[in-house]
Design a protein around this ligand. Structure first.
Ligand code: SF4
Length: 193
């Protein structure tokens, strides 16, 4: 799987203390995308799903993790690897949040019923749709723009997410080696490394 980075603990991309995986590769090229450097797979680290599970296991042995967020890039452009990863993680993490530039209704047309069912069974929450710069508002929490939907495959997590959404957007600065990375949903004029 083509990965750019894995960071934890992150508190600005979903409830609780989370591990966040940024995949590489996205063909959408939305205007104003916060992570254009992740469009191209060049420069990605290539990991087998088993290696990613090992990394997550190592990190989770050193800190409490309440959930996993998978962002990008577009993780769904690596469909099979993504599904293998979420299916493997689902036994251990109930709260798996995945971002995609596809709208869910597009997936219903593009994906097989079986793969859609695998996604729905292993992922708790999907945030869907392309980023639209003109719909980036500060009251839109956890999403870059208002057109994106928060879709609950695990309905019982809705209350937890609603409480998180009430808190508004937050940005967390975290060091990746010597590089300071700003993580969260950014307003239009802000930039994200
Ligand atoms: S789908 Fe997401 S990662 Fe891809 S270009 Fe749009 S905002 Fe950027």
């Amino acid at each position: 799987m083509k990965i750019d980075r894995i960071l934890a603990p992150i508190e600005t991309l979903g409830p609780g203390q989370r591990l966040v995986i940024w995949t590489r590769g996205c063909s959408k090229h939305c205007r104003g995308c916060a992570n254009p450097e992740l469009w191209d797979i060049a420069g990605a680290r290539e990991y087998a799903v088993g290696d990613i599970l090992q990394i997550i296991g190592n990190i989770s042995s050193t800190m409490e993790l309440n959930g996993i967020t998978i962002s990008g890039g577009d993780p769904l452009e690596q469909r099979e690897e993504l599904l293998q990863l979420t299916e493997s993680l689902a036994a251990r993490f109930e709260d798996i949040l995945v971002y995609t530039g596809y709208e869910y209704r597009e997936l219903e047309m593009l994906w097989t019923g079986r793969d859609l069912e695998r996604l729905r069974a292993s992922v708790a929450v999907l945030i869907d749709g392309p980023y639209r710069e003109e719909e980036n508002r500060t009251d839109v929490v956890l999403r870059g723009s208002a057109n994106q939907q928060i879709i609950f495959f695990k309905e019982h997590l809705k209350t937890l997410y609603e409480a998180y959404l009430q808190k508004g957007r937050k940005i967390q600065n975290i060091y990746m080696g010597r590089q300071l990375v700003s993580v969260g949903i950014h307003s239009r004029k802000e930039t994200q490394p």
